[in-house]
Write a protein that binds this ligand. Structure first.
Ligand SMILES: [Fe+2]
Length: 194
């Protein structure tokens, strides 16, 4: 499906493990940082990706016909403008220490630092969760949807039984690299982040 929809990606897609999500989302209790019912873009503390894209395919396989309900937020450009100015400064020595201590699997670049900061700040702001521009969308049972989850503000509000397949993709393989989170963040900060 990805190959036919986005032929330019096919050569450089890197497949991550498939996941099956059998739990009901609505009643799940998690810390704020882990709570995917809060609007966020994907960024992972232990897995820096140096700008590489996170492309995800979702399939709602609910056998009882129940939709998977998402909130979908504003464009990444607007998110970055709000949150980048309040993220703490990046320290390369700290990134090297985190790698030496194996807190991160590879070196956390300034790009990864900013993405993680945006992820955390979005989730931590009760005001942002409520007042930011957003829509609610129901993905019916049987439907398939695709998004760059590192760029699309999303929150999974309810639903049960889903398959998810992640692909990673280098920024250089994109149709418009300048519209990627790396391109947008480098433009806004006016410096190289990798
Ligand atoms: Fe997510």
């Amino acid at each position: 499906m990805i190959n036919s929809a986005f032929p330019k990606y096919s050569e450089n897609l890197r497949l991550a493990p498939t996941s099956f999500r059998p739990k009901e989302v609505e009643t799940r209790r998690q810390s704020i940082r882990a709570d995917d019912k809060r609007l966020h873009v994907d960024a992972f503390p232990s897995r820096p990706n140096q700008g590489e894209r996170i492309l995800r395919v979702f399939l709602n396989i609910n056998p009882h016909g129940k939709s998977r309900v998402w909130r979908i937020g504003e464009p990444f450009e607007d998110i970055a403008q709000k949150f980048v100015p309040i993220i703490k400064k990046y320290h390369p020595w700290r990134a090297r220490l985190l790698k030496a201590l194996r807190v991160t699997k590879s070196l956390r670049s300034e790009y990864d630092h900013l993405m993680l900061g945006i992820h955390d700040q979005m989730k931590q702001s009760d005001e942002y969760q409520v007042t930011s521009e957003q829509i609610t969308y129901e993905f019916e049972s049987g439907s398939v949807w695709v998004c760059f989850s590192d760029q699309t503000a999303h929150a999974a509000m309810s639903g049960q039984f889903m398959m998810e397949q992640t692909y990673h993709l280098p920024v250089s393989s994109l149709y418009t690299p300048s519209s990627s989170p790396l391109g947008i963040l480098q433009r806004q900060t006016n410096r190289e982040l990798i």
